[in-house]
Design a protein around this ligand. Structure first.
Ligand SMILES: [Zn+2]
Length: 225
């Protein structure tokens, strides 16, 4: 028997998962049961940015591309994984210190799918998860300029999180705006990136939600056997 070659990059969805402050809660409510209806069925209620998900440009850009406008050709392909070890809580990920050393790989990476492995998924489910390192506006702009089409992270946001609920982050949404404004799709709340090697094919396909600004995804990587 061969072991599974698929690496699951999505967090499980349940009613206790961490949600961006102020976003709608996740609910999967049983509305039919085998005992009374002959079958099981649930009613789902969730925000478009729940769990592991993608942000379409329309999330921050008026008139920007929506989820159903995105081509699957851009969301499935070989990934470039940039390892960013030893980041501190709320540390800025800068172009010069963290990304520029990989500039040559970026320039030669045709699929445009880049995954930033910060290791922050280890904090998922704890308050420390909200103290994620974040991309500076310059780093976001230069990633887009380098031809990157998809930036995936193992954090709740590419921006610094608000310190308290309902507040804007200190730096605003500069990374979101820079990436989405350049047509770059963002993937948030990935996990298991330590098991993904550059060159592995990843799938980051959303539900085909017409006109929507975001969608949960079942992200996975296919390991080479
Ligand atoms: Zn989002």
């Amino acid at each position: 028997m061969s072991s599974s070659k698929i690496i699951d990059l999505s967090h499980p969805l349940n009613s206790s998962i961490q949600i961006y402050p102020g976003d709608p809660a996740f609910e999967c409510r049983q509305v039919c049961t085998v005992a009374s209806d002959g079958f099981n069925m649930c009613s789902l209620s969730l925000g478009s940015h729940t769990g592991t998900h993608i942000d379409a440009p329309a999330h921050f850009i008026a008139g920007g591309a929506t989820i159903s406008d995105l081509s699957l050709d851009h969301l499935v392909g070989p990934a470039l994984v940039l390892r960013l070890p030893d980041l501190r809580p709320r540390e800025a990920i800068t172009w010069h210190e963290h990304i520029a050393p990989h500039a040559e790989q970026l320039a030669n990476h045709a699929s445009g799918i880049v995954l930033l492995h910060t290791g922050w998924a280890r904090h998922w489910g704890t308050p420390a998860y909200f103290d994620n390192p974040f991309l500076t506006e310059e780093a976001a702009k230069r990633l887009a300029h380098a031809g990157v089409r998809v930036v995936g992270m193992d954090t709740m946001s590419p921006d610094e999180m608000p310190i308290s609920d309902g507040k804007e982050p200190a730096g605003g949404f500069a990374a979101h705006e820079a990436l989405l404004g350049a047509g770059v799709v963002i993937v948030e709340n990935l996990r298991n990136l330590e098991s993904v090697e550059s060159g592995m094919t990843v799938s980051l396909a959303p539900l085909n939600l017409e006109g929507c600004d975001g969608s949960p995804i079942r992200a996975y990587a296919i390991a080479k056997s």
